[in-house]
Design a binder for this molecule. Structure first.
Ligand SMILES: *Cc1c(COP(=O)(O)O)cnc(C)c1O
Length: 485
């Protein structure tokens, strides 16, 4: 099985190479058609989560040896249980909790596995040390640090906007332990950090880096997408096991969306055979995807809102490119044209045929901060279920879209409410004060729910990373680290 760029089918790479490179040389994303894989989806539903993950990763990334061992080692001791992602009934619907990993956000599901994939790929390809560069607006950075610290053959450098992440997120990152990690604040915003990282990649292209290879932990890497396919199968199998459905019946999924990675994994699951009904794309006030799915017009020339669900504050959803590829039946030239127009003019419109196919699979809805707060308050009052603002956006979308054919509706929950205590407490009490640690304590006393251990223990930890640089200094900073071997 072979991957190729979404923009050029002649730019191919074996799965291990695709994981190692992260992005294709022409700027496209590595893709395959999961519908063409030979996969016994019914067989995998019988298995425990670890074996299921090994099956799914094994078929998506077939050139890795001992996927079973790799998956088990990746998750060992990291999640609250070996089932990873519990499915919880809430009222008439179900919530799929993806946040019981080491940093209390759903990115742990993929970023627990990616480091071992990268490390194995480097060995297989005869590459030297892999240096992971990551720009983060908060969640990805910590999850990547947790995943990569002390993984042999890898080093990780995380850049975040100084003053641009929450105090809890900053504390999570600057206290990170491990001999192979660097955390550095950039004077600027998230876009400055992200552009800086892209510039470093471009400047290092083809350069001799003491045998080291640069790679990325962002969700454009196919090694991040593949592990996320697993929890769609897990949720489905749980619904079968509890007798809610029989194998073959449909299940709808509602997904809080930013870079389109989480929801695309659901579409992969569907193409691999899983009876997925509707996939509902939920957005916050940054509703670029709601407009796209409703009209076929993608237009990033719009105001950017900072919301209480910051991990979805995104105007360019990278993984949408893979969906365009699949919905156009593999028309790379068409995808390349759209991406070029997006780059040059900031917008594009898909053909009526593609729009029809898009709407045959996906629904969409958006929800602003006030709407999300209302959901948080109501779910707590009526169901005694506490959710974070990202999950609340998805719950609101589930209510708006009205999937009423009797099939189960699964709402994906992407973060612990304790990761966003100001928004959650504000929703419950109409306001909040003190620092975020005081708010966590207040939330705990108010609701009786447990503070996740990784967050509760943060306050007393030693700060290990204090570097702050300008974005123009990033290249030198990275080179100094790479050459220090
Ligand atoms: C990253 C993230 C999302 C969005 O996921 P995408 O794969 O980017 O669509 C939603 N919620 C939380 C809490 C996240 O960290």
């Amino acid at each position: 099985m072979i991957y190729h760029s979404t923009r050029d089918e002649k730019l191919t790479a074996a799965p291990a190479r695709a994981v190692l490179e992260g992005i294709a040389p022409d700027g496209g994303l590595y893709v395959c058609d999961p519908g063409k894989l030979d996969f016994d989806w019914q067989g995998t539903l019988q298995k425990d989560t670890m074996s299921m993950a090994a099956d799914i990763l094994g078929v998506l990334l077939p050139d890795f040896q001992d996927m079973n061992g790799l998956v088990r080692a990746s998750y060992a001791g990291k999640f609250a249980s070996d089932d990873l992602t519990p499915l919880v009934p809430v009222g008439e619907r179900y919530v799929l909790e993806l946040y019981h990993g080491p940093t209390s956000a759903f990115k742990d599901v993929a970023l627990s596995v990616l480091p071992r994939l990268v490390s194995a790929a480097a060995k297989q390809e005869g590459a030297g040390d892999v240096v992971i560069l990551t720009a983060t607006s908060g969640d990805t950075g910590k999850a990547a640090l947790e995943g990569f610290h002390d993984v042999p053959g890898t080093r990780i450098m995380v850049f975040y906007p100084a003053g641009g992440v929450s105090p809890v997120q900053e504390a999570q990152m600057v206290t990170q332990e491990g001999g192979n990690v660097r955390v550095c604040a950039i004077r600027g915003n998230f876009d400055d950090a992200q552009t800086g990282v892209k510039n470093v990649f471009a400047a290092c292209k083809g350069k001799e880096l003491h045998g080291a290879v640069l790679s990325s932990a962002n969700s454009i890497n196919i090694g991040r997408l593949a592990p996320q396919v697993v929890y769609y199968f897990r949720a489905y199998a749980d619904l079968v096991q509890t007798g809610r459905i029989r194998v073959g019946e449909k299940v709808h999924f509602v997904v809080p969306t930013g870079n389109f990675g989480d929801i695309l994994a659901g579409y992969f699951a569907k193409r691999m055979g899983l009876p997925v009904g509707r996939l509902v794309c939920a957005s916050n006030a940054n509703d670029v995807l709601t407009e796209f799915i409703s009209t076929g017009v993608y237009d990033r020339r719009r105001p950017f809102y900072k919301t209480t669900s910051p991990s979805m504050d995104i105007l360019v959803s990278s993984n949408l490119e893979r969906l365009l590829y699949l919905l156009s039946e593999g028309d790379c030239g068409y995808v390349a044209g759209l991406m070029e127009q997006l780059n040059r003019e900031g917008h594009y419109q898909v053909s009526p045929r593609l729009l029809e196919r898009l709407q045959a699979e996906f629904d969409c809805a958006c929800c602003d901060d006030a709407g999300a707060a209302e959901v948080i308050r109501r779910l707590w009052q009526e169901q005694h279920y506490l959710c974070d603002p990202h999950t609340a956006v998805a719950w609101s979308a589930a209510e708006q879209v009205r999937l009423e054919d009797g099939a189960p509706v699964v709402v994906l929950s992407t973060a612990s409410p304790y990761k966003f205590p100001a928004a959650v407490l504000g929703a419950l009490e109409g306001g909040c004060d003190g620092d975020e640690f005081a708010m966590m304590e207040r939330l705990h006393r108010l609701t009786g729910t447990e503070v996740p251990r990784n967050l509760a223990g943060l306050q007393g930890r030693t700060v290990r990373h204090r570097d702050v640089i300008d974005k123009e200094q990033m290249l030198d900073y990275v080179l100094a680290e790479v050459m220090r071997s």
